[in-house]
Design a protein around this ligand. Structure first.
Ligand code: ISL
Length: 569
């Protein structure tokens, strides 16, 4: 198997809390994943990325880990994970675990020891700093610098017992590790080797480009009216991140002797940096999750400030990444995940008339680009955003803290609701819709977060094996990547880049040519005739419907929100 085996595969992300609940406690679990492996097999995916199941106080749904080698009883046992690895492998599916090592939980033994005294063994594993000069610890303005946390408030927490602050870029229960400390790095690498020895096939590395903090921890820029300075530009992709990833490669993967996959989650990384991270010669990571395309609709006041986004802007961004990584490096392709709104509601059209067509067309584009596509659970069913209406509807720490902070500052909840409805991470975290029945077949108990009401129409039972469904379209796209090297390995040529509604590109490999045409509007789109020159009599290898294929091949017209992949060789 070639080292770059992941060029021809599709990854499926499972967010276990919301996937399938086997024991009726209302929270999804590992046995639930085992029981539903058939769904992944049917879809044909090659790799399962499992979001965290490790021991955790669940302050950030498992992204706050208190024991990297233990499984949270909420999700099951280590034996369950062993069984999942074995069953997945039997089904030809590799398992990639989440690796969350920018921070631990404050309940991890390392941090418990670290905070126990100023000269504890693990004190310098975390960022402890005294109050700002001339200030008394705990009072306003005494924080060591002005950094705000991603989850509201200061990024510093005062610890009365030892008289110092500790740094947490995320929640106060997620203290940041000091990666410049070689003992921290050695402990992380040992833990990774332990999981690989158990049979896992790689890691998705959480915010791995934030691990190198700048010397001196300088204040961040602060815009007028902001409560806190911006840490992000200072901590994103520090100079030592590349060294650390190369060291990790040498210590963990170089001698593994079997196929594996690494993907670095890297908010803020640009294409030039991504080329460095994913250049195979540099031995850092196989691919990165970049964030540019999911930040395009973010306004100047932050994540919940929504600005309109056109298809042309989205296309310009993703096609630029295609071009910039065409010779060196590799793209990860994703529309959504557990931190992002549902793709069909955000980039498609979730009106009932257009929902299925646009969900399928988003799939067509993503799965025929160059890179490794990731399917987030439920995306293959066309699951939508959620009609949240009250503060109690939200579970995610980011949304909950934001509502608390803003309402305390006098902003009415009704002003916050549009942003939350559009972008709250809870949109992606409602249970997978398996059936039209009670709780969508997710649990026999009370789900930890309510099921989206539209599960009566949108569910797996209504789609698997049903011609024309979103699921069957995704299945065809996964199969196409396996069969067609022009999809997995071909070059990409952006086409008709000034068209406002048609997303078009060519793919080519060893004499086989593909033409991808996708409509991003409700109205029929006339395909510019020059695009179709030479494609008379071509075969439609995948299409959102027979009408789409016939419309393009006989009349040069693509119906609203439909798409087609033509092949000529
Ligand atoms: O949703 C976000 C906050 O606005 C993202 O910026 C998110 O925090 C970022 O993508 C990092 O995400 C990862 O690390 C977080 C965790 O909460 C996310 O679930 C995880 O995917 C901290 O571990």
């Amino acid at each position: 198997m070639p080292r770059d085996w992941w060029k021809g595969v599709v990854v499926y992300q499972v967010y276990p809390r919301s996937f399938a609940d086997s024991d009726g406690d209302g929270v999804g679990d590992i046995r639930g994943v085992i029981e539903r492996l058939g769904h992944l097999e049917r879809l044909g995916v090659d790799v399962l990325w499992l979001s965290p199941v490790y021991c955790s106080p669940q302050d950030d749904n498992g992204y706050d880990i208190s024991d990297y080698r233990g499984i949270d009883p909420l999700f099951g046992t280590l034996e369950d994970v062993d069984e999942l690895i074995a069953r997945a492998h039997d089904a030809g599916i590799r398992l990639v675990m989440d690796l969350v090592v920018n921070h631990t939980s404050d309940e991890h033994a390392w941090f418990v020891d670290s905070r126990s005294s100023r000269d504890s063994e693990h004190r310098d594993w975390y960022w402890w700093r005294p109050p700002r000069k001339g200030h008394v610890g705990g009072e306003a303005g005494a924080e060591p610098n002005n950094w705000g946390s991603f989850f509201s408030g200061s990024a510093w927490e005062w610890d009365e017992a030892t008289g110092e602050y500790y740094l947490h870029l995320f929640s106060r229960k997620q203290p940041d590790l000091v990666w410049s400390n070689p003992d921290v790095r050695a402990a992380v690498y040992a833990m990774m080797r332990w999981w690989l020895a158990r049979g896992v096939d790689g890691f998705r590395m959480d915010v791995i480009n934030l691990i190198d903090k700048p010397d001196g921890l300088p204040d961040g820029d602060k815009k007028l009216g902001d409560l806190w300075g911006q840490a992000f530009p200072l901590v994103s992709t520090g100079p030592r991140v590349h060294d650390y990833l190369q060291e990790m490669h040498g210590q963990v993967f170089a001698d593994l002797g079997r196929p594996y996959l690494t993907v670095g989650e890297m908010p803020g990384v640009d294409a030039e940096q991504a080329r460095l991270f994913t250049d195979p010669a540099r031995r850092e990571v196989d691919m990165v999750f970049q964030f540019e395309h999911v930040d395009l609709d973010k306004g100047p006041s932050g994540k919940f400030d929504i600005v309109p986004l056109t298809m042309a802007e989205l296309r310009a961004n993703l096609m630029r990444w295609q071009v910039e990584l065409d010779d060196v490096g590799w793209n990860s392709l994703y529309w959504d995940n557990h931190d992002q709104p549902r793709a069909v509601s955000r980039f498609g059209d979730d009106d009932p008339v257009w929902r299925e067509r646009s969900a399928k067309t988003l799939g067509t584009v993503l799965h025929t680009l160059r890179g490794t596509p990731y399917v987030y659970q439920g995306e293959e069913l066309g699951m939508t955003n959620v009609p949240f209406s009250a503060p109690e509807d939200f579970r995610d720490i980011e949304s909950v803290n934001y509502i608390r902070e803003q309402t305390a500052a006098g902003v009415p909840f009704s002003d916050l609701l549009p942003g939350l409805r559009f972008r709250s991470r809870d949109n992606a975290r409602t249970p997978v819709q398996w059936t039209a029945g009670e709780h969508a077949g997710f649990t026999r108990g009370e789900p930890w977060i309510p099921v989206t009401p539209n599960h009566e129409e949108i569910n797996a039972e209504a789609q698997v094996g049903v011609e024309g469904s979103v699921f069957e379209h995704y299945r065809a796209l996964v199969a196409l990547r396996h069969e067609e090297r022009a999809v997995s390995h071909g070059t990409v040529t952006p086409l008709a880049m000034d068209h406002p509604d048609l997303w078009a590109f060519g793919r080519e490999h060893e004499g086989t040519r593909l033409l991808v045409l996708a409509s991003f509007t409700r109205e029929p789109v006339e395909v510019p005739p020059e695009l179709l020159e030479g494609w008379e009599g071509a075969e439609a290898v995948v299409a959102t419907s027979g009408d789409a294929a016939a419309g393009v091949l006989t009349h040069g017209v693509l119906p609203g929100w439909e798409s087609v992949v033509l092949r000529s060789s």
